[in-house]
Design a protein around this ligand. Structure first.
Ligand code: SF4
Ligand code: SF4
Length: 281
């Protein structure tokens, strides 16, 4: 049995919000009997784009992470729903608009905050994976169709094929530790789950002015040797060591250049950090 999955490539998301707009276009004021009641004009975000910023000027990066219902295979909302929330054979989770009436408790059943309360209709609501369209023969969702960068991809695969794809493409899920087994997979989440340490290396020229140094060796030691990384400065004298564990760590940076000398710096890393210019001498 093939099942639906959404793959989000965060490196391709530019926060254009086409997906959020088509979600509104599809659901606000529109009823799809057996699937969903109309979404209210305001207050619901069935897909949201989270913004994660790392570092400090001038070394800053921004990553956008679209979030929506994960259509979990081990969904707490299904367990709490007692028949009002069901998991279809194709993996789509549906909150029944008739049976779920008055079930405000279901909003808290979702650990991802993906269930929204419709006060007027007294209904919990979420994104249905556009099940009404899939059942009409669509092979993708409106949000994926509207995503011009290809950040959203819909695939229908067997569990085994999806597991193999997740390994091959290095996909991960949000808060795996919850054990909910999401069917929304992410590529590139390490951009928000890790830290970087960056800086600049310069040396004084004969004129007494600081010049950026290319090709200096930079060695970073974390927590007295727990992890050692090294790199070289680029043409602007900059270095950046990325993918560091996102925990508070004591760092030591040692920079050296065969002709221009050495420099070092110490401090605490977390979150990501640009440590400024180290002057060789
Ligand atoms: S449409 Fe695509 S690129 Fe635009 S915000 Fe949504 S996921 Fe990101
Ligand atoms: S993300 Fe939340 S609402 Fe969606 S299936 Fe999982 S527990 Fe249910």
């Amino acid at each position: 049995m093939n099942k639906w999955n959404l793959i989000v490539d965060v490196a391709k998301c530019n926060n254009c919000n086409n997906c959020t707009m088509v979600m509104k276009d599809e659901y606000v004021g529109n009823e799809f009997p057996g699937y969903s009641a109309p979404q209210p004009k305001e207050g619901h975000e069935w897909i949201t784009i989270d913004r994660h910023i790392r570092g400090n000027a001038p070394m800053v990066d921004v990553t956008y992470v679209p979030r929506t219902c994960n259509h979990c295979d081990n969904a707490p909302c299904v367990a709490a729903g007692k028949g009002a929330v069901t998991k279809r054979e194709d993996a789509v989770v549906i909150i029944d608009p008739r049976q779920a009436k008055g079930r405000k408790d279901l909003v808290d059943a979702c650990p991802y905050g993906a269930i929204w309360w419709n006060e007027e209709l007294q209904l919990p609501q979420h994104w249905t994976f556009d099940a009404h369209l899939l059942d009409a023969g669509w092979t993708t969702t409106r949000s994926a169709q509207a995503c011009a960068t290809g950040a959203l991809r819909v695939v229908k695969l067997s569990d085994e094929a999806m597991a193999a794809k997740a390994i091959a493409e290095k996909l991960s899920v949000l808060q795996r530790e919850l054990g909910t087994r999401p069917r929304v997979y992410y590529r590139g989440l390490e951009a928000v789950q890790t830290c970087f340490l960056g800086g600049n290396v310069a040396a004084r020229g004969k004129d007494g002015l600081l010049d950026n140094v290319e090709g200096a060796t930079v060695e970073v030691t974390l927590d007295q040797g727990r992890r050692i990384e090294s790199t070289k400065t680029d043409a602007y004298g900059d270095f950046k060591i990325d993918g560091l564990e996102a925990v508070v760590s004591e760092y030591r940076v040692l920079v050296h250049h065969p002709e221009l000398g050495k420099a070092e710096a110490f401090g605490t890393l977390f979150p990501s950090l640009y440590i400024g210019t180290l002057e060789l001498g």
